[in-house]
Design a protein around this ligand. Sequence first.
Ligand code: ZN
Ligand code: ZN
Length: 256
Amino acid sequence: MRFALLGSGSRGNAMLVQSGDTCLMVDCGFSVTETVARLARLQVIPQDISALLITHEHADHVNGAARFASRYGIPVRCSAGTLAACEKLGIESTGTFDPETDFTLRDIGVIPLTVPHDAREPTQFVFTDGVHRLGVLTDTGSITGHICRLLRGCDALVLECNHDSTLLENGPYPAQLKSRVGGPLGHLSNAQAAGLLTQLDCGQLQHLVAAHMSERNNTPALVREALAKILSCTHDWIQLATQDAGLGWRELVAAY
Ligand SMILES: [Zn+2]
Ligand SMILES: [Zn+2]
């Protein structure tokens, strides 16, 4: 199994998870043209994509979803609440999933993960090829016991490190937006992400990727410092998925 991010942040999100002939896209927050260009960077064409999973209805996750899926005939899967919230955008799901029930899309097992976020019925995911587990957690306001249970023992984690609380507090956002972003249904701070890591067994982590980083209220150095301290690793072992470059393919290997 391998994964890559087309881009990550408040101006657009999309990622790929691939195993065997199955290639899943998670979210499509870029225009069709931009999505196709970013896929090309990863040597992928739209026709390679088996299904599009949507985490929630916020624009940075669905901006191009309806047009991209319909242009290339890609099946869309999301929770019923996300679908209801996306209907006005023209997104047609080929099947909703129950956020409490695991399912399989061809070669990839999908474990939905319900999260506290200010959307209708948001989910994040754990993916498995039967050997490895990849946990994806962004757009989450607080850490729950449920999140800890499902992310325990993952081989790779894509983890939201949205903001540094002090930079957010002293930054340029209006007060209302500050309290939304930093609130229990907003986004994870570096400290919250680090706190989650203390509750997981990270012994088998091959990749830790910081994602959905704010360009105004965070810095790569602060992210790396917060996470590396918990894992006792070097700062550059922490990988960063950026808004413009995303993250190239990362492989999960058998004998690590
Ligand atoms: Zn988002
Ligand atoms: Zn969101």
